[in-house]
Design a protein around this ligand. Sequence first.
Ligand SMILES: [Zn+2]
Length: 268
Amino acid sequence: MKSRVWRVGVWLLLVLLYLLSTKYEDSVVFLDVGQGDAILIQSGTEQILVDTGPNGDVIYKLQRYMPFFDRRIEYIVLTHPHQDHLGGILEILERYEVGKILYYPVCYSNNDYEYLLQNFDNLIQIGRGDTIRLKNIEVDVLWPILERSIKECVKPYNGNVNNDSLVLEFEYLNKKFLLMGDIEREVESVLVAQDLISSNYDVLKAGHHCSKTSSSETFLEYTSPSFAVCSVGIKNSFGHPSSETLKNFSRYGVKYLLTSEQGDIQVK
Ligand SMILES: [Zn+2]
């Protein structure tokens, strides 16, 4: 009996040592959250989560990629307050310690957004020129331009909240990433015309679920990404991705992957 207890004890110890020594992968994962966005940028035990998907199911995805003992997410970036981007945040806040929630203060009526603004004090407004830093990653904010003196929320750009999405750029794992949120053509044109964006990206999270309102030819030509990711749900009611956009990708030599076909897309 004694030796059995001893054997079980040794076995448990080995399992524990194995779990503690497992190196969690440094990666960028475009999580398959159905029709919505959630992108996990992970370096060791540090994370930036860009958007939280349409609902609390994002928790299962986080559990899959984050170390089991790591209960802290350093930053959550809300690109904009549409439900398909922030629907999972309240459940994440219940289950994880979140360092800071970064957002652009666009005016928009959404229950979760309003609840967040009223009940949490770890929110920080960000905009162009800001940098989000982990030990090994620096994420630059390219858009929108934030008027630092404003007290109230900011009216949507051309009345379309998609165009107030935070646009993020960073280099990690020897690749250059560009995350467009739900940005549409009007702002793509501004980014290109005013030289607010660079070029030769390796990975593009294409704007607005690869709808036809985004990823214009001018934009693709200028940014020349090698790869594009479309974050889309299977048989979604919006008809995303648009065949026109996929054709544009092919025309400009951009390979593309859809979360609806591939599931999670992990770049390591
Ligand atoms: Zn969206």
